[in-house]
Design a protein around this ligand. Structure first.
Ligand code: ZN
Length: 160
């Protein structure tokens, strides 16, 4: 496994659409391992392939609910309710903003064996699924923020 460099806001690659994965190759398997490692190293709860410079429809998520999620070619097929809260992104370091997302989502994706499955997520997991799927469309959460982006440090002071 190897750490990959996380691309940050302003980098062209973050605004491009990703291509579906057609087959699992050793190279893609390596990419997935590296994405998990890079996400954990940076204390993220999710990471999409374009954030490490690869325009493929691959997402990894770990919202600390005891599971690791890998979504290949994900497609959100159902959304329910809304939730409004703080969101951040490894590609927008040190910043946070208020975003409204569905409270529950159902996503169809492929697993590491390219087998289809359906994942239902609620709360934090639903937020992460939406955020990461947006990355695959070349969209960053900053375009959805209500009000201004704030510095995470200021936010932590407020909460103390
Ligand atoms: Zn992000």
């Amino acid at each position: 496994m190897a750490l990959r460099q996380v691309r940050t806001i302003g980098d062209d690659i973050l605004y491009k659409k990703c291509k579906p994965v057609k087959e699992m190759t050793p190279r893609t398997a390596q990419l997935i391992d590296d994405m998990f490692e890079t996400m954990y190293e940076n204390c993220g709860v999710g990471l999409a392939a374009p954030q490490v410079g690869v325009l493929k429809q691959i997402v990894v998520i770990d919202v600390e609910d005891g599971d690791q999620y890998l979504l290949i070619n994900p497609e959100i097929i159902e959304e329910e309710g809304t939730q409004t809260g703080h969101e951040g992104c490894l590609s927008v370091p040190g910043k946070s903003g208020i975003v409204t997302r569905p409270d529950k989502v159902k996503v169809r994706a492929l697993d590491e064996n390219m087998e289809p499955f359906i994942l239902e997520g609620e709360g934090m997991l639903a937020r992460a699924i939406c955020h990461e799927c947006d990355h695959l469309k070349g969209e960053l959460y900053v375009s959805l923020v209500q009000g201004d982006l704030v510095d995470v440090e200021d936010l932590e002071e407020e909460e103390e």
